[in-house]
Design a binder for this molecule. Sequence first.
Ligand SMILES: Nc1ncnc2c1ncn2[C@@H]1O[C@H](COP(=O)(O)OP(=O)(O)OP(=O)(O)O)[C@@H](O)[C@H]1O
Length: 673
Amino acid sequence: MDLESIPGVGAKTARALDELDDPEQALENGDVAALARAPGVTVGRAARIARGAIRREHDDPGGFLATDRAREIYRQVLSLCQDRTVTDYAAHRLETLYPSPRRSRIEEVQDFSRRAIERDPHPDVLEAFEGVEPLERPGDVRVRDRCLATTDAERYAEAREAIPEISVEIVEDAQGLAELARGYSTVVAIDESFAGVEVEGDVQVRPDALADPADVVPERPLAFFARNRERLRAAVAVHRAVGRGGDTDSQLNATVDLDALEHGLERLDDDGTVAGDPELDRLTVAVDDLDAVAGVAESVANDRLREAIEERDVTIEGADLLSLVERGAGVDSLLSRELADEFAAAVEAARKHLIDALDLDVGEAELARHVFDDEPTFPVERDENATARLREELTVARDRRAAQLKRDLAADLAAQREGAHDLVRSALELDVELAVARFARDFECTMPEFVWDGDDGDEETGFAIEGGRSPVLEEPLEEIEPVDYAVSGTTLLSGVNSGGKTSTLDLVASVVVLAHMGLPVPAKEVRLRRFDDVHYHAKTQGTLDAGAFESTVREFADLATGGEGSLVLVDELESITEPGASAKIIAGILEALAENGATAVFVSHLAGEIREMAAIDVAVDGIEAVGLVDGELEVNRSPVKDHLARSTPELIVEKLAQEGNAAFYDRLLEKFE
Ligand SMILES: Nc1ncnc2c1ncn2[C@@H]1O[C@H](COP(=O)(O)OP(=O)(O)OP(=O)(O)O)[C@@H](O)[C@H]1O
């Protein structure tokens, strides 16, 4: 794949992405976490790259969110979904969802959403997500107790390439192998020519070794599982929690044997060694403790002997003493003569202590016996050569056992390796789905119905929302009154102060943006056309200076030329300049947009004036105060079609008229008509 053909990916980023194991796969899966592992690529950038790849696939021109406020609404609704993820992965993955004008993209995400909202976000499953993270590559493995041996320079290069974890040595002949065997616990000879050669030590002739590196270095696959042990366990927990939910639709189809994987992981230590094998533990402890235990065994013998000597009166005839002294014999020979039994018992006790404390088997015990010599000496001391032999025997047995266990475990886990990737990926994807499911539940969403270009009624459809509740309002859901609002073509939206005009625009923008992301929308029912872009202009605070006014008007000039397929939402544009001028400008913009076939809602307090200025028949909807209750406005939040809402001042004057001085207030009221 030509990575540079992705919008926003230049030569430098393409090179960085090329360093990934499988950049195509990462892009295809929208795997932001994997893309962010490319050198110098941040998570935010990775999300943009993934979106770029999607855009390319769907031939999407981009630019759907045409204004700052539209982008703000997108970030807000996206955050509401992201707040409902447990893993960072899922939060980043959601960044690849963006509003697109392309039907193919919308329908693709809609398929995902329909599946997602059927899922049950069970608390057990959510809890199990803690600790699930994308799998990581283990660091470099280096194994020092084994080497490969060959006589051939070409094989040497091949071996270094195939199994970089261990040394490769060049030897001349079998003699060379024997020398290597003294330095390494295992030597693997990879030349055919060594077949049948008998060499002392653990020398294996395996011409096929390079074809199966994991058998020579089981540390390699084990390092992968050890590095990812906790992540895999967490992913297993997610799958089990989903399984317990009993919701068969929610079963995750990962091709992995959970029991086998879990059992394998239990046997693995963080450092890639095999845990929980009593024999390996015994040998490891024996090697580690040999010196200390031999020291204690010496003391055992010497204490006994000292006691025996102290208790004994040794009688020796003068002639014997003389003969001993003349021979230069020491006290040792006295010991052997006078305390032979006690000495034998003391040495036996030392041997027993050594064998028992190190828990040696029969063969090892035989070697251990030589650590304490039968020849009487005092104090009793271990024989260093015999101790070294015992240590070597134990070390070889330990390493062999460890290697065998690693090979067995690596073979057991090998079958789970591919599945392990699936397992984690499907757990992480489930977090993405459940976030969407929870968003849909929390905001009582529904899937919107698109009227596609060419469908019946596409000409006259803008958007029609029933029972919509703006997800960006601060109030808790139950305090938000559902709003019905449908617009096709251009319209003005009038209404009392604080009646909910801005919130209505926010609702329309949120629904349209979510729908074009392919996500469920916060309403009872929504029907809408496919839009090319959303231009949402928020209310400007205060009057704009001449420069800002000029640039705003210029934006509308752009809109007026390219508005077909656009949704234009504008909040109190009149605040940018004096009311008289505003009404004229808004009227002109509305005329142009209507000509272009755009869908537009302009919130304005000058609806009446604008309508008068406009050369066309401009529709006016109104958010109406139903009346004043205890001095407070009671509002019908759903705009009434073709209705210029009375203003708040008018309502207040009406209220005052009922209280007295009717003549004056009626005069004022007449002005409102
Ligand atoms: N559908 C609704 N349900 C409950 N409360 C709402 C709803 N819509 C708006 N409100 C409440 O009314 C307040 C004012 O709404 P909003 O700012 O949208 O009114 P507005 O008509 O644009 O006001 P203004 O004319 O002053 O610009 C909101 O902050 C919110 O508390």
